[in-house]
Design a binder for this molecule. Sequence first.
Ligand code: CP
Length: 342
Amino acid sequence: MTSTDNSSPPTASSGRFPAGRLAFAHRDLTGIGQLERHEILYLLDQAEQWVKLNRKSSKHTDLLSGLTIINAFFENSTRTLLSFEIAGKRLGADVVNMHAAQSSVKKGETLIDTAITLNAMRPDAIVIRHGSSGATQLIADKVDCPVLNAGDGSHEHPTQALLDALALRHALQLRGESAEDFTGLNVVICGDILHSRVARSNLLCLQALGASVRLCAPPALMPDGVEAIGAQPFTSFDAALAGADVVMMLRLQTERMAGQFIPSAREYHHLYGLTQERLSNAAPDALVMHPGPMNRGVEIDSEVADMLDRSIITQQVEMGVAIRMACLDVLTRSARGVEGWA
Ligand code: CP
């Protein structure tokens, strides 16, 4: 890790990033895979101002006043939906939530017809969560405004990876390890790698920022070919943990499983659950992360999840609001006519 001073977030004009639109040259945010390293760092740096605002008693700005944001969620969510809603409202936008269960999707309307319908209401940004990989891109291709992926099937969850990187940056800074990037950091991602959009987005994000990523899962839940994308695969959790700086736990995505992938939750916990004893295989001060929702007693024990000095799970949630504020700000700059972004 290299040192930097993040007390005042760098701006495009500081010379750290390309000027104007070139700092983030996309209309949509569909995946980390579309981003250059400097674009990831730009969003993280932009989020710092919102972390500060969110820690004040008065959290409102008028930056997006007059804009309409639609959160269209076709899958359940607590953290992502609420944090996008809070983010939009704190920026002064009008925010509308569409829950698929109460929408005309239930009457047979297709995804494309739903997208065309939302587009006709002239929103300034649409945030989509959908159970099918690629659904966000499909909608982005049909609408006139920026589209943000809030999780599509087992493909990507880009704002989760960004908020995880921001939480990690803050945790390292609190320890006096100000982190420009994550070079030299060994990160273990353990759980249902096969079905996890969080694993994919985090792998791409962490690697772009210089970390070494170890992926750990039972053989049936490990995708083929992870070595080809630079990750180290492990089926032994204890081996994966050896000397790790960060341990990111994932839940079993039973809603995406067709058939039986593990013998039982008890067996899974025995081999892949993060216990205090097992954590002792990692570096002495290793940080513990989990995107939520957690299944305590399955992939993680409460005594680990609630460790005040090691677990940054609640900090991940806090950073989620700031990251989503940064994404909504940056992606609407063109529509707002911000100088250099039109
Ligand atoms: N991490 C995450 O996406 O949580 P939700 O499903 O609650 O949004």
